[in-house]
Design a protein around this ligand. Structure first.
Ligand code: ATP
Ligand code: MG
Length: 463
């Protein structure tokens, strides 16, 4: 049954549909924009599909700015309002002999054939003002039930294109949906195919998943599927941890830690400090922070597990994984550096905190505190864990105070290079060395950060 319901189309899209229809073609909005509109969410982009052949679309919009690089595959894009609006001829895909790309596309006359090539029922709906909703696979019912279900046989669909194996948990995390059991089982079975997918596309799916409102639950539920992208996950599943600190195995712990990044508003803390990139770095660091544990696991005489060296090993693995996925360099370096020290103790003395600020900077330390809190939120809740939580929050508070007005950078030192030269040092590397020595003395508390005291120290030959 097709229902007549209204979708709020952007005026450009409504006009494109009208032009196509006025020329005697069928035209619909299709896929993600229909799904998101029915959910009451603002769509990322609007895709149009039509019975018109690509050449007909091109002719119809002659005189407009067009992008024709996708024409062979049926897509003509009209540029308007600084955006490009894709119009794709109804098509079905040929065989997928490489598990990635259809060997050929074939243009077809019926929108239902076009919908049949799409991945999930909730993505396989089309709508137009004239025809209403076209929903041959029960997408609307699955949308209401919060279910992601493959169109057709899930094993065949995942075998055709293994990117879908990752799109399933990605949409589950974004939309808060569950995978229909047959779809989940097939995704687990077909996860090996993800090795054929380009690293950039794997990265994009994982990145969107991690930013999803239900990332933690999806990681917990679908770890085996995600192991298609990150085989390092498998040994974490069932890797037990000492009950004094932990109530989860390494993978469940990881999933809860990723969830805590959102739930505890930790990421927002970073954004609030102007660290707009920090939230993403934090999500990836939480995902990767304990992947080094299985390889480092030892047991002492009474059977208690220990993970010596898992910080550094995890840091190396994080870097390898993000390089492998061609992640942006700032993300790779940022996340790997956090993982490499995530479990190291934090100092309490001002001199040590100032030295850390000097070496790492406030942005890094703030991210580290947030990672530690997400990590601790995924521990057993007992007095020992609460004490660790308090250590982190106390460090964070003191660190912020010192970051605001403490002297841990040369530009905050009460003397500068000119003063050192005036005190008689010869120009050259000795000037920088003298300033470093003074800065260290100030951080240690052996000298106050006062101009007269520092100049006097220079005169005394303190250096
Ligand atoms: P979003 O843009 O929010 O990530 P989307 O559903 O719009 O989600 P796109 O990648 O933009 O996803 O694709 C648009 C539509 O094309 C999808 O809704 C789906 O119908 C179809 N589609 C995309 N990728 C695939 C795929 N790998 N296999 C089958 N159909 C796909
Ligand atoms: Mg889209």
């Amino acid at each position: 049954m097709e229902t007549k319901l209204q979708l709020p189309l952007p005026p450009v899209v409504a006009a494109l549909l009208r032009t196509l229809q006025a020329a005697g073609h069928q035209a619909f909005v299709v896929g993600g924009c229909v799904r998101d509109s029915l959910l009451g969410r603002a769509p990322e982009d609007w895709d149009i599909c039509t019975s018109a052949q690509p050449g007909e679309v091109e002719a119809l919009f002659q005189g407009r700015r067009l992008l024709l690089n996708g024409k062979k595959h049926g897509t003509v894009a009209v540029v308007e309002g600084g955006k490009s609006w894709e119009i794709t001829t109804f098509r079905c895909d040929g065989a997928y002999s490489d598990g990635r790309h259809p060997d050929a596309v074939r243009f077809v006359p019926d929108v239902r054939q076009d919908l049949a090539r799409r991945d999930f029922t909730v993505n396989a709906m089309a709508w137009s003002p004239a025809a209403g909703l076209v929903d041959p696979f029960g997408g609307q019912a699955d949308l209401r039930a919060g279910v992601l279900r493959c169109v057709g046989d899930p094993n065949a669909r995942f075998a055709e294109d293994a990117l879908r194996v990752l799109r399933a948990p990605r949409f589950a995390a974004q939309l808060g949906f569950a995978l229909e059991p047959g779809t989940a089982a097939a995704a687990r079975r077909c996860r090996g195919g993800v090795a054929l997918v380009s690293p950039e596309r794997i990265f994009t799916e994982l990145d969107k998943l991690l930013a999803g409102a239900q990332a933690g639950r999806v990681l917990a539920q679908y770890g085996e599927i995600l192991a298609g992208a990150l085989p390092e996950i498998l040994p974490c599943i069932g890797c037990t941890q000492p009950s004094r600190w932990h109530c989860y195995d390494v993978w469940q712990h990881t999933a809860v830690a990723v969830g805590a990044v959102e739930a505890h508003a930790l990421a927002q803390t970073l954004t609030g400090h102007g660290d707009a990139r920090g939230a993403r770095v934090l999500r990836w660091a939480a995902l990767l922070h304990d992947l080094g544990k299985p390889a480092c696991r030892t047991e002492d005489a009474d059977g208690t597990a220990h993970f010596p060296g898992h910080n550094q090993r995890g840091g190396r693995m994080a870097r390898e994984i993000l390089l492998r996925l061609r992640a942006p360099a700032s993300l790779t370096e940022g996340a790997a550096a956090l993982v490499a020290v995530h479990d190291a103790p934090l100092p309490a003395a001002d001199a040590d905190i100032l030295r850390l600020l000097h070496r790492r900077g406030a942005v890094f330390l703030r991210r580290l505190c947030q990672l530690k809190l997400a990590d601790l939120a995924a521990h057993a809740q007992n007095a020992a864990v609460t004490a660790r939580w308090q250590e982190v929050t106390q460090f964070a508070a003191r660190m912020e105070t010192l970051a605001a007005d403490g002297c841990y950078r040369l530009d905050r030192l009460a003397v500068n290079g000119g003063d050192v030269l005036a005190a008689g040092l010869r120009p050259g590397p000795a000037v920088g060395q003298a300033l470093d020595i003074l800065l260290n003395a100030v951080m240690d508390g052996t000298l106050p950060n006062e101009r007269t005291a520092l100049l006097a120290a220079l005169q005394r030959g303190f250096l």
